[in-house]
Design a protein. Sequence first.
Length: 311
Amino acid sequence: MDALSVLLQNVHLFETKYYRLNGTGNWSYSITRKDTILFYLVMSGGFCIDVGNGLREARAGDMIMIPNAHKHVSYALNHHGDVAESLDELLSNCTERTLDIDGDGDPKSSLILIECKYDKEMINPLLSVLPPILPELNDAADGRFEVIDVEIKLLTLEAERERMGKTAVINHWASIMMIECLRVYIESLPEATENWLKAMKDPFLTKALAAMHGAPSESWTIHQLAEVAGMSRSSFAQRFKDTVGMPPLTYLIDYRLRLAARYLRLQQNSISRISEMVGYASDSTFSQAFKRVYGVSPKAYRQQYRQNNLA
C-alpha cells in the first residue's frame, strides 16, 4: 500500500451536513467553523470565496475544498459589499436543507455546501501544510481533475435526492473528493518545496512512511527503516530529516502518540491494549511518553474526553 493510503487510514470524515444555497443578485454571507472541512459544488452561476489568505472565483461545474479555514466569506461574482449576516443566522430561519439568499439584481447562483467534521489529532499535521483552498487552479490543465468531475456529478446527484443512507453516501464521497484533492496537490509539489508532504512522492521515503504507518507497533530502528527504503542508514536519516523536518524515529513517536490519543477517544480498548497497539513495551513507558506530549496521563486524557462529551 502506498504512503498516502496508509497515512489516511485513520483519517475519517463524519457528522456530514449539506445545504443547497441559491443566491440571487448581490448576495453574501460569512461562515465560521472549527475542526471542519468544507466543500463547495457550484451547480450554476458562480461565486467568490475569501478565506483571508486566499481568494478564489468558482463557476458552474467547479468544486472547492477548504481544508483548514476558521472563517471565510462567500459572495456573488463582482460583488464586494458588506456582509449582512452569518450563514448560521440565515439557516436558523430555514427549515429545509435549501436556503435562498436574496440580494438586489438578477444574477443567480446555486451551490451545494458540505461540512464534514474530522479527528483533529490525526489530520492536523496534514491540514497544517495545505494551502487555504484546494484544488489549486494551475494544476487543472493536465487532466488529473477528470476523477473529481465524475465525483462532483455523483455527489450532486445524491444531494438532490432523498434516499436511505444519503448521509453515509455523501460522507464517503466527500472523503473520496478530499483524497483526490490531496493527491493532485502532492503530485504537483515542486522539488524545491519545503512541504513535508513531498516525502509522499519520494521513491525511497514513501516506503519507510508506509511501513511506519502500516505497522506502528513494530520496534523500528533507523537501520530497519533504511533497509525498507533501500538506502544506507546515514543517507536515509539525513534525507528523511531534510524532507520531513524531523528524524525518522521522532516522526514515528509523534504518530504513535497521536494514534494512541485516537484509540483513547474511541473508548474501545484498555489502556494496556492501546500501549501494545502503538508499540510500547510497558504501560508505564507509554504513560510517561503520552504525558510528555499531552500533559496528562492516558487515563486522565480518556476521562477528560468522556466528561467533555457528556457535558
